[in-house]
Design a binder for this molecule. Structure first.
Ligand code: ATP
Ligand code: MG
Length: 552
């Protein structure tokens, strides 16, 4: 497949910039705000920013855009770093923080005031909104707009010194209240927030806005291509105005691409936080969450996520991407790489009455149909085994290719057996099935002329192990759970998690290590849980089914 990291419109811009000599080294950055865990949309942004730097021999910074201390935390800072690394990217140098530039930004605020390009405004939030105008009506100048430079410097110093209450004053750029672009109508540069910051403690009681911080941080770091999503397009004139108005030493440029919105998914940190806070899921890394850590725990590999990000391309439109494309990438990767194993979710005992009680055969089976490098595992075959209750019927028509009384079926990687009788309790429930093996049918292609119609999975009852299987499915049953008037809380899939407490799995799975992927034959792809799995208590999460059951 074509590598879109080198073929999208952003690459074309970079190619031109390098050819023109506008830049000599490509520097990008990934700038998350540490107010939540990273999600699939961030994975796209990471793959774009790190991918373009990598493809052009440049570098990419990881910079926390930590200008809203109330909503941010150290937990988020740590999870974000872990997620970027897990996705397989390495940032250039140390992790950076917008907060470490607060001193420089403040000096630049003074500079703008001195240039007559910024002023302290006392309008409260409601008044400011009225003065701002609308998309169709231009705004009105603030009555504080013409304060002298001296007065503004004094008030700004007072804001910094904590002399004023929150909300009583802001610093604004003096641009154009009649601009058709609302972002240019004297935007706020600094606001008063008397809160402790996770990095700078109580050093500051004023904090820069996103607009005043972002481009300047890019300039400080020598970022050449500041790539963000389309909602910032209207901010670009302000980005450029600030860079042109300030004595910065480099000239970054902002470029936008369309956000990734997979169907059946929400990618707003605020809404994801609500799912966590209201215990709809169990934490940010719940395997149903579209977070990077959730996808990790679900059993998605970093390579498959990167592949998906590449596959969907990078464009300037905000369309919805079918989540089935993500699932396709996950399945493809697992089909190629996941060892096969057998698990029985709904166990029904089968007693092979001809097979000696004290006998065990250690049968070898490949771990993967085409990956010889993955080797073989041993499957102990014994008189009593479990099969799935769905794989047995007393009577059935020809379409049913599993075990039926008086009929034969192959046990995967083992013998052909024939069912003789069903043992029932007084209420008529089947307790166990009695069957016998057909001699000389061991191996997948015996030359015995016996061709049973079906193959079913099984696990030795005496040598198999009990395991907990957590069967996950999509979290939402609506294609666009939060678009328009939709309340995403009303579109939760009630069957997004079903726990099978007592499944049976083949004993080789005791060697499984947390985060190891498997294909449980006929059941789907599973992963040993990152936190709860151990050889004492095997726990596997269902990653995804073998085929798409949502779209048929
Ligand atoms: P949210 O709306 O979920 O809070 P955000 O854009 O505020 O997301 P940030 O932490 O500011 O989150 O995002 C860091 C970077 O990731 C930004 O450059 C942003 O444009 C990008 N990003 C966020 N969501 C997506 C998405 N769905 N698709 C592509 N890029 C995204
Ligand atoms: Mg943001």
């Amino acid at each position: 497949m074509e590598n879109t990291a080198t073929s999208n419109f952003l690459q074309n811009i970079i190619t031109d910039d390098l050819a023109d000599g506008r830049v000599t080294e490509v520097v990008t950055r990934f700038p998350p705000e540490p107010n939540g865990y990273l999600h699939i949309g961030h994975a796209k942004s990471i793959s774009v920013n790190f991918g373009l730097a990598e493809a052009n021999g440049g570098r990419c910074n990881l910079r926390f855009d930590d200008t809203n201390p109330e909503k941010e935390s150290q937990e988020f800072i740590e999870s974000i770093q872990a997620d970027v690394q897990w996705l397989g990217y390495e940032w250039s140098g140390e992790v950076r923080f917008a907060s470490s530039y607060f001193g420089q930004l403040y000096e630049w605020a003074i500079y703008l005031v001195e240039q007559g390009k910024a002023y302290v405004c006392d309008l409260n939030a409601d008044e400011a909104r009225e003065y701002r105008g609308t998309l169709t009506e231009s705004g009105i100048n603030s009555p504080y707009r013409d304060r002298s430079v001296e007065e503004n410097l004094e008030l700004l110093a007072g804001m910094k010194a904590g002399e004023f209450d929150e909300g009583s004053k802001v610093l604004r750029a003096k641009i154009d209240m009649a601009s058709p672009n609302m972002n240019m109508r004297d935007p706020i540069l600094y606001r008063i927030r008397k809160v402790t910051h996770h990095q700078t403690g109580n050093d500051w009681v004023i904090y820069p806005t996103y607009d005043f911080a972002h481009g300047q941080e890019d300039a400080i770091e020598g970022v050449t291509h500041s790539i963000c999503t389309l909602e910032f397009e209207d901010h670009r004139p302000l980005y450029d105005w600030l860079i042109e108005s300030l004595p910065v030493s480099s000239r970054p440029r902002q470029y936008e691409f369309g956000r990734l919105n997979p169907s059946y998914t929400i990618t707003s940190k605020r809404k994801l936080k609500q799912l966590v806070d209201e215990n709809v899921v169990v934490g940010w890394d719940d395997p149903r969450m579209p977070t990077v850590s959730g996808m990790r725990r679900r059993g998605y590999s970093p390579a498959a996520i990167r592949k998906f990000c590449d596959m969907i391309g990078t464009t300037r439109s905000d369309g919805v991407v079918d989540v089935a494309m993500l699932e396709f990438a996950i399945r493809e990767d697992l089909n190629e790489n996941a060892p096969r194993a057998m698990a029985v979710l709904n166990p029904l005992k089968v007693v092979l009455t001809d097979y000696p009680e004290d006998k065990t055969e250690e049968l070898n089976a490949p771990r993967h149909p085409s990956r010889e490098d993955l080797g073989e595992r041993s499957l102990p075959f014994t008189r009593e085994i479990y099969i799935d209750a769905d794989d047995f019927r007393e009577e059935a028509n020809k379409k049913y290719k599993r075990l039926v009384l008086g009929k034969r079926v192959r046990l995967r990687n083992a013998y052909v057996i024939e069912a003789d009788s069903a043992i029932k309790d007084d209420a008529g429930n089947i307790l166990e099935v009695h069957a016998h093996t057909i001699p000389n049918t061991l191996g997948e292609n015996p030359e015995d002329g016996i061709k049973p119609k079906g193959v079913i999975q099984w696990v030795s009852a005496s040598r198999g192990e009990r395991a907990e299987l957590r069967i996950y499915d999509r979290l939402f049953n609506h294609e666009s759970p939060d678009k328009g008037d939709n309340d995403f809380m009303e579109h939760l899939n009630p069957e997004s998690l079903q726990v099978v407490k007592e499944a049976w799995v083949e004993p080789s799975l005791l060697e499984a290590v947390p985060e190891q992927n498997f294909q449980f034959e006929r059941e789907g792809y599973f992963v040993a849980d990152r936190y709860d799995h151990s050889s004492e208590r095997p726990v596997f999460n269902k990653t995804i089914g073998l085929r798409d059951t949502w779209n048929g």
